[in-house]
Design a protein around this ligand. Structure first.
Ligand code: ZN
Length: 131
């Protein structure tokens, strides 16, 4: 296995949470590594990564809605690119998660999924993984 694997995605709206759990599971499975820690990292300043409930899509809708309430796009910012809210949301969510790998499988809770969080899309994005 390469030391770093890449997942490429294309987001379809300005704000979105994309379930990447199956892609992460596949890379872990193909790595042949039985036990360790999988780090999932986003190399972007206006996107993040998080783990939360994947069963009810309203959870993601609520998270994105509440982030918009907390950090409105038309708020007062100094950064001139027009995406200051995206930078703040990315820092609130964070740029990586770590998941335990046991017997070649991700150790996640029953309802947990790994989500790429887009805050300044639509764009082509990359996600890096290492185990
Ligand atoms: Zn910016």
């Amino acid at each position: 296995m390469k030391s770093v694997s890449t997942i490429k995605i294309r987001t379809s709206s300005r704000s979105d949470m994309v379930d990447i759990t199956s892609q992460v599971r596949q890379i872990v499975s193909e790595s042949g590594i039985s036990d360790g820690v999988c780090i999932v990292f986003v190399p972007h300043t206006t996107a993040g990564i998080t783990i939360n409930e994947g069963a009810d899509p309203n959870v993601c809708t609520d998270i994105l809605g509440k982030l918009n309430d907390l950090v409105p796009r038309d708020g007062r910012f100094l950064h001139m690119e027009g995406n200051s809210d995206s930078h703040v949301k990315a820092s609130l969510v964070g740029s990586s998660v770590s998941v335990i790998v046991e017997k070649g499988s991700l150790v996640l809770g029953t309802w947990q999924k790994i989500f790429f969080c887009e805050f300044d899309g639509p764009r082509s994005r990359r996600i890096y993984l290492t185990i």
